[in-house]
Design a protein around this ligand. Structure first.
Ligand code: GAR
Length: 206
């Protein structure tokens, strides 16, 4: 376990794990003072598991299909995280909706990165949604997780232009650069704790 318990985080993934990699790199480069206690994937074939192990981080698979209900799956994940005494849970391409069992276990301590300028385009395939809608500006959002899909208080956002000759893939690649930039920055802000949540608004304390 890392030395400072208040800066121990967990990362939950389902696939590629490039945002996990951004967190690993930010820690390695001294831009983020944190320790990743564990990476949990709900899929055994997630590429991010190799990234975690490559960085010497514990990587655990908890397959949601092995549980009779969402609540039981969430209880198993929460138990693993409580055992590691993490103070912040970072969702990084974790493609399971989280319900009350999990949210109640980590109040105001779950954060997610989403590839759109929320509240526009929540849900899956957000970059394609923005492209199909004809938006001229797209981007990335880091937000606290609540019971509302992609709906919690916004910690950081960054925007990118949508070009006339974009494809959804090209737009997604441009957004991903911003995700990798703002996610470690948002985690740093959250761990520093110099903020408060006023209704929907996440604001720095002055
Ligand atoms: C990222 O683009 C992330 O924003 C998105 O999944 C991708 C995961 O990539 N998450 C969502 O759409 C959540 N609603 P990664 O596994 O390479 O980090």
């Amino acid at each position: 376990m890392g030395s400072d318990p208040s800066r121990r985080i967990a990362v939950l993934i389902s696939g590629r794990g490039s945002n996990l990699q951004a967190l690993i790199d930010a820690i390695a480069e001294g831009r983020l003072d944190a320790t990743i206690s564990v990476v949990i994937s709900n899929r055994a074939d997630a590429q991010g598991l190799d990234r975690a192990r490559g960085a010497g981080v514990d990587a655990v698979v908890i397959d949601h299909r092995a549980f009779a209900s969402r609540a039981l799956f969430e209880e198993a994940v929460a138990r693993e995280l409580r055992g590691r005494r993490v103070s912040l849970v970072c969702l990084a391409g974790f493609m399971r909706l989280l319900g009350a069992t999990f949210l109640d276990a980590f109040p105001n301590a779950i954060v997610n990165v989403h590839p759109s300028l929320l509240p526009a385009f929540p849900g899956v395939d957000a970059q394609r949604q923005a492209w199909e809608h004809g938006a001229k500006v797209a981007g990335a959002t880091v937000h606290l997780v609540t019971g509302e899909l992609d709906g919690g208080p916004i910690v950081l956002q960054s925007c990118v232009p949508v070009m006339d000759d974009d494809t959804p893939d090209r737009l997604a690649a441009r957004i991903l650069v911003e995700e990798h930039r703002i996610y470690p920055e948002a985690v740093r802000i959250l761990l520093d704790g110099d903020h408060e949540v006023q209704g929907r608004r996440f604001v720095k304390r002055t």
